[in-house]
Design a protein around this ligand. Structure first.
Ligand code: SF4
Length: 285
């Protein structure tokens, strides 16, 4: 059984296998292990987990148990956790073990009107694992939430979505060129997924990371705001201000951090961007 994981999301957990991968720019490659989906074997499905954190108040409503999984298709220039890009950088944990940990906090999560959030990396890389967790959380009466960029939304069936109470959906840019420059992946799958959630009436909070010189252009923000304005089940937009907390990890992994000289957005810029969303009647945090 895997040992218990704990600690801040900014801690580094890199296994020997993961560390080996870091010795070249091959680290940017999507490895075969990141593509494969686990076989659905109930409680014995093994997920790859970077860490988990109890008591977060920023990853959904109330107090949250947050599981950070490894594996991601995107390569965001501002990624705080590049050590989550490769699935095998995580520790193997069975569904049964994860539920044992979640159950310890079930009461307090319910009392606070909180629940369980699965984040990453990109949780949909490990779809069978996360769906087993979500189903079991619903049996316990817990609120469930996924933090996703939506790139792999096609993997999710409508039935899967019925077990997820809230999506934290990252829309990193509204412009396909900027999105690809930022993430190395196309924008369209995320837009398709957002539209699908809207059509199905699945609640979502959109997250937009504001990076000076990269995502802050007036027209780019207008495009994201326009997408948001068309989403019927959108409850709020969260503007996340860029910060430098991920810088050390890039250095520890031997990667050249492209945003090392970028300052956080000024209060004026942040207000301008919030205003662009508010002008469409959206609730903005
Ligand atoms: S989607 Fe998240 S985990 Fe993946 S590269 Fe982007 S910021 Fe990092």
């Amino acid at each position: 059984m895997a040992q218990s994981l704990s600690g801040s999301r900014y801690e580094l957990h890199v296994t020997r296998q993961g560390a080996k991968e870091t010795k070249s720019q091959d680290y940017y490659t999507i490895h075969a292990g990141d593509l494969e989906e686990a076989v659905d074997a109930g409680d014995e499905i093994v997920g790859h987990v970077h860490s988990w954190e109890v008591g977060s108040t920023v990853d959904g409503p109330g107090l949250r148990f947050v599981a950070f999984l490894t594996g991601c298709f995107l390569r965001c220039q501002y990624c705080h956790n590049p050590d989550t890009w490769h699935k095998h950088n995580g520790r193997p944990v069975t569904v049964a073990r994860a539920m044992q940990e979640i159950k310890k906090y079930a009461q307090v999560l319910k009392i606070s009107k909180g629940g369980v959030t699965i984040s990453g990396g990109e949780p949909m890389v490990q779809k069978p694992f996360i769906m087993q967790i979500f189903r079991r959380c619903k049996e316990l009466g817990l609120h469930t939430c996924i933090d996703t960029a939506g790139r792999l939304g096609e993997r999710m069936t409508d039935e899967d979505l019925s077990y997820i109470d809230l999506h934290l959906l990252d829309i990193k840019s509204g412009d396909p060129v900027i999105y690809e420059q930022l993430t190395r992946q196309p924008l369209q799958p995320t837009l398709d997924y957002a539209r699908r959630l809207s059509d199905l009436g699945r609640p979502m909070w959109v997250r937009f990371v504001l990076v000076p010189g990269l995502t802050d252009g007036f027209d780019n923000v207008e495009k994201v705001a326009e997408v948001c304005a068309g989403l019927k089940s959108l409850e709020r937009v969260e503007i996340l201000r860029f910060h430098q907390m991920g810088k050390d990890k890039w250095e520890q992994l031997g990667l050249d951090y492209p945003l090392k000289d970028v300052e956080p957005p000024s209060p004026e810029l942040t207000e301008r961007v919030r205003g662009q969303f508010r002008s469409r009647g959206l609730t903005v945090y």
